[in-house]
Design a protein around this ligand. Sequence first.
Ligand code: 6PG
Length: 233
Amino acid sequence: MPADVARAGAEQFRDAAVEAIQQKGVFHVALSGGSTPRIVHARLSAASMRSRIAWDRVRFFFGDERCVPPESDRSNYRMAKETLLDPMGIPPGHVFRMRGEEEPRRAAEEYRDILAREFAGEAMPRFDLVFLGMGPDGHTASLFPGTRALRASRSPVAANWVPKFSEWRLTLTYPALNSARRIVFLVTGAEKRPAAERILKRRKGWRDLPAAGVRPSAGSLLWLLDEEAGGGL
Ligand code: 6PG
């Protein structure tokens, strides 16, 4: 059930937040785009969860963004703002959005600078938690099959041309994702099952799917799938 993914995802957020805030007084989280995170955000905004997290110690980042203005209904930032940031009264200064309205390469450089500032002294940003989704083609964040950003080996952020949609995207790269302390995939829906099965069962060609490249070097990886996407896997 998607509700199970929502509950488990919210619990992962809470656990990661409590741990990070206890250890270092701040919790750095990268939110996922798409629609699945909505159910997790709703769960986090529920009264039962509000009191269990020191929300003023949370700093919000994004795993990727479409190159659209923040008020666009395609904006991942707008989705997060409407479903989590506004309901929780998160101060704008605690939210670091990718500026989809900018020229893509400049927006990527700007976000790289933001990450360098917010993770000062670290060669690569080390998020306490990264939420990720996955598309039926195995893409994650805006790392789509056959696209250039898959090969980024040094920069934590890339502007990525996606031929499938004939559009630019902004995305964290594998070096940034795989530096995370905790990565949680949120995957629901039968259309995701073939890609999920291929990756989780290491079936033929599994390495070709971008989501398979998410392997934290010193962190945990958890796949949360509903029955349709992963029952029995
Ligand atoms: C985006 C996301 C993307 C998303 C998957 C799954 O910008 O669209 O970052 O990687 O997570 O496409 O999307 P759904 O949750 O809507 O199925």
